[in-house]
Write a protein of this length. Structure first.
Length: 233
């Protein structure tokens, strides 16, 4: 779904969201409540420029509008694979974006992520996966690494990884597998306004991803391991 079509479904034609190339920012009023909107479009690669632009919107919202909910609209092919961005410190820029989102949450801002098209790799990890909760449209595409690339990195045969992906969501791309693992809290289908209303009202403040993954069978041991580490500390 195109970002402007999505915005009209969610907020009506009066929204004040604008695209500057592949960067989205603005605000909208939902059920009488102002929301800050920030995100990307066009399968944007997240480089230093885009990471810092998104971080700026988050920090400006924290400073000027205490407590205002923030909605992250996510469509990214992952981090920008360019030497220019590597030299500028893309790792620090993306970490800064994640830290700003975490700061907003700690300051009482409800932060909701929505993958409306594509979410890959680091561009997703430093945005939607740091929100209070991340949701997705059913037709969205989510993955960290394709199986052929995973095979090259792990030196395991593609046939083995394909077989593992049939029974273990960790090895498989797809929205359904990320729901099973708890990375995506749920899918927005049908009435998108009702879905957003429910997310703003009921998304957990604490991180439930490991617990969701255990309950759904996608990550059976993560929550247990987290508790054991915390208890040992």
């Amino acid at each position: 779904m195109q970002w402007n079509t999505l915005a009209e479904h969610l907020f009506g034609p009066g929204h004040q969201i604008h695209a500057n190339d592949d960067f989205l920012e603005g605000h909208a009023v939902f059920d009488g409540q102002p929301l800050a909107i920030v995100g990307t479009t066009g399968h944007a690669p997240i480089g230093v420029r885009l990471a810092l632009a998104q971080a700026r919107v988050v920090l400006e919202t924290v400073g000027a509008h205490p407590g205002r909910p923030i909605v992250l609209l996510i469509d990214t092919q992952g981090q920008q694979l360019r030497r220019h961005d590597e030299l500028l410190g893309i790792n620090r820029a993306m970490a800064h974006l994640g830290t700003c989102i975490d700061l907003a949450r700690r300051r009482g801002h409800r932060v909701i992520g929505l993958v409306y098209d594509q979410a890959l790799s680091g561009g997703f990890i430093t945005s939607g996966l740091i929100a209070d909760a991340c949701y997705a449209l059913p037709e969205a595409e989510i993955r960290v690494m394709r199986i052929p690339a995973m095979s090259r990195i792990t030196k395991l045969p593609e046939s083995l990884l394909n077989a593992l992906s049939e029974s273990n969501p960790v090895f498989a791309p797809g929205v359904g597998n990320y729901v099973a693992m708890g990375g995506v809290r749920g899918l927005w289908q049908g009435d998108l306004q009702a879905a957003l209303r429910d997310a703003l009202a009921h998304s957990p403040r604490e991180d439930m991803r490991a617990l969701d993954g255990a309950e759904r069978g996608g990550r059976k041991l993560a929550a247990e391991v987290v508790q054991r580490v915390l208890a040992a500390g």
